[in-house]
Write a protein that binds this ligand. Structure first.
Ligand SMILES: Cc1cc2nc3c(=O)[nH]c(=O)nc-3n(C[C@H](O)[C@H](O)[C@H](O)COP(=O)(O)O)c2cc1C
Length: 270
């Protein structure tokens, strides 16, 4: 099977999933004469209003971060609205060096339920959302080696696609994980962000929030029910005006920094 068109969709509040997916797509590199890869960034709320559509000969790459060992629950509606047509699909999860538990299996199962054919799956490591300069966890990941690994994975996917004959059944790609999924994908409803006087109300945080949880008129007003604790607003604030208040998220960041110092390596399943 030739790789004619590559379409890639990712949810990536702090950019690590985006970097991994783009490196994989660079490795797949469609055949000469085919179109440029198409990227669909579904991080912002408006971008998840339209369902994903695929053409006959698309190869699809889907990337999501791991939240509580699961696919982020807020993507459920969008993922369940996808219509695939036996589309060969690469499933990618990116996790913060703790564990990805059932997330890769869940993503793979969702793709199969929507009519896709998982042809390759992978779990990569990204800097943890709760990581900071004071309490780093997987800081700087994906690093140079991770991204080279992802490009190489892309090249292997391409070789696998070329080795498949169009009529052949694609063998199941086995991935770690168990059913029923072990963890509840419900996140904390928590008011955990402190905003200092350095805040200039520039609005960058509200614009980048994947759930529209920050009031664009007042950056200190955050809806704790909508907030998914992704920490994008903390990481991107140009003034460094946002930080974690004492509480469960700060405690988790301390635990992660203490317990998960040993670097996990990418895992690929083809
Ligand atoms: C609510 C929440 C839950 C998370 N749960 C996990 C987890 O179970 N295991 C893990 O290793 N990392 C976990 N992470 C970290 C992210 O998976 C990781 O930082 C990922 O690289 C973020 O992707 P992004 O940069 O594309 O936003 C969690 C992050 C958040 C915000």
């Amino acid at each position: 099977m030739d790789v004619k068109n590559v379409k890639a969709a990712y949810f990536s509040p702090t950019g690590t999933t985006r970097a991994v997916v783009r490196a994989i797509v660079a490795g797949i590199a469609p055949d000469a004469g085919a179109g440029e890869p198409e990227f669909l960034d579904i991080t912002l709320p408006g971008s998840r209003k339209k369902p994903l559509t695929v053409a006959e000969d698309d190869l699809l790459v889907i990337g999501v971060p791991v939240y509580m060992g699961r696919v982020p629950a807020l993507l459920g509606d969008w993922l369940n609205a996808i219509r695939l047509r036996a589309t060969p699909t690469v499933c990618v999860v990116v996790y913060g060096n703790r564990a990805y538990e059932d997330a890769l299996l869940e993503l793979k199962n969702m793709v199969a339920q929507r009519g896709g054919v998982p042809v390759a799956c992978a779990a990569y490591v990204g800097e943890h959302s709760f990581s900071s300069a004071e309490r780093p966890t997987a800081q700087g990941r994906p690093d140079k080696d991770d991204l080279e690994h992802a490009r190489e994975f892309g090249r292997k996917i391409r070789a696998k696609m070329q080795s498949l004959s169009p009529a052949a059944q694609v063998p199941d790609v086995a991935v770690p994980g168990v059913l029923p999924y072990r963890k509840d994908s419900k996140l904390w409803d928590v008011d955990f962000i402190a905003v200092s006087d350095e805040c200039t109300q520039c609005g960058a945080c509200a614009e980048a929030c994947p759930t529209g949880a920050i009031d664009p008129q007042d950056a200190a007003r955050i809806d704790p029910v909508r907030c998914i604790t992704c920490c994008a607003c903390i990481k991107l604030c140009p003034q460094g005006a946002r930080s974690m208040k004492p509480g469960p998220v700060l405690d988790a960041s301390v635990r992660l920094n203490t317990l998960f110092r040993e670097c996990c390596r990418p895992e690929c399943f083809l």
